[in-house]
Design a protein around this ligand. Sequence first.
Ligand code: ASP
Length: 437
Amino acid sequence: MTQEMKKEVISVEGKAVKFGGTSLCDAIQMKKAAEIVRADPKRRVIVVSAPGKRTAKDEKMTDLLIRADKTSSETEREALFSVIQNRFDEMIHALRLPLDFGMEYKTMRNLRGDALISRGEYFSARIFSVLLGITFLDAAGCIFFRADGTLDEAKTRAVLSEKLSRAERAVIPGFYGSMPSGDIRLFSRGGSDITGAIVADAMDADIYENFTDVSGFLLADPNAVACPRTVPVVSYRELRYLSAMGARVLHADSILPLRKKQIPVVIRNTNDPHGAHTWVVSRKEKGIGGIVGAVGYTMISLERAHVGDDGEAVCALLSVLSSHGFSPVLLSHEPDTLNVLIRYCDYEKADKIAVAIQQELDAEIVTVRGGLAEIAIAGEGFTGEMRASVWRALEKASVRPLFAASVTESFSLVIGVSESELSSALHAIYDALIAYI
Ligand code: ASP
C-alpha cells in the first residue's frame, strides 16, 4: 500500500446506528436524530428507514409507495406520487436544505415493484446525509443479493467494508440492496434493521445502536399493558425467540449477524435518547426477557386408536398441513390423539384441512377449535418459582389455560388461552413477572 493510499483509508471502528421510520417522519424528528448523531463522534455509519407515521392516522411512506405500485388506476398513482413528493419536499423546505429531487421524482414515476418501494429509504437517506453534511452511500452499490434472493454475505462485506473505510462518516438507506442483474431487491418489512446489522458486521462495530420510538425492549406490548417496563438487558436468544413470536422492536433476522460477531446492540428512544434503554448481549445469567401475546391461532385435534404412537400418521398430518400452506406451531400427542396448532387460519380453510386429515389419516374424530391466542414467555433464567407465579396469577385472574408447552424447561413457556381472555392473561402474567426483569 502506498503512503497516499494509506492516508485515504480511515479506520472503520465505531458505532453503527439505525434510525427507524418514526425517528425520521418529519423535519422535527430528523433534527432530533441529527442531534443524536452529532453528539457522539463514534456514531460513524447511519442506516435509515423511510419516514414513518407522524400521527396514528398517518400512512408510512413505504405503505404509500406500495399502494402506488399496486394500483391499476393512473389517477390514484399520480395522487399518491404527489403525496409522496410533498412529504419529502416539506422536510427539505423545513430543514432549509439545498436539495431538489425534481429529476429523480420523474425517474421514480417510471419505477415499479421493489425499485419503487425502495425510494422511501433512498430519499430519506439523501435528506439525512445533506442535513448532517456527510457522505451518502447507496445501498444498491454495497448490499448484494444472489440470484436466488439470499444475501451474498461475502460480496456485501467486502464491498461495504472497503467503501466504509474511505468515508469518515456515512448515511446508508436501509431495506434494500441489488441483485446480480442490478435490479433493486427489498428485505422483508422492517428490513432496515437487517441493513443496520449487516453494516455493523462489515465495520466490526463496537456497538449497534438502534433508535426507535419506544424506550428499549418492553416487558410486554404497550398496546396490551399500559406503560410496560423496559427490560434493561436481553440476550440475543431471548430477543430472537420473542421477535419470532411477534415482538416488534427489532427484525428477527437482524439478530443473526450480530450474534455471530457478538456485537452488542442498544435499543434507544429517539425522543428520549438518555432515558430507559435495553442492551442486547450474548450472555445473561438470570431474569425474564419478555412476554408476547398474539391472536389468530387454531387447534386441530384428531382421534384414532394408537395414532399418538404412529410416526407415519405424524408425517401424513404434516404433509396435509404443508399442502394447505401451513406449518405447525405446536404438535402434541396422547396415545389416541394428535393435536396441532396453526397460525392465521380462517374457518373455511380449517374445515378443508379437517376433511383432508379425516381422509388421509382415517381419523375417527377431527375437532377444529379457532379463536385461540398464544402467549410466549422467554427468559435465560426462567426459574420454577417464576413459572409457579405465572400459574398462580392466571388462576387468580380466572383465566383458563387451554394448552401449555415448554420446549426448553428453563428458557421458554407457551400458554394458549381463548382470544377473549388474552388481555386478562397478559396483565396477570405481566404483574407476576415484573419483579424478575
Ligand atoms: N420502510 C420499511 C418498512 O416500513 C423498512 C423499515 O422501515 O425497516 O417496512
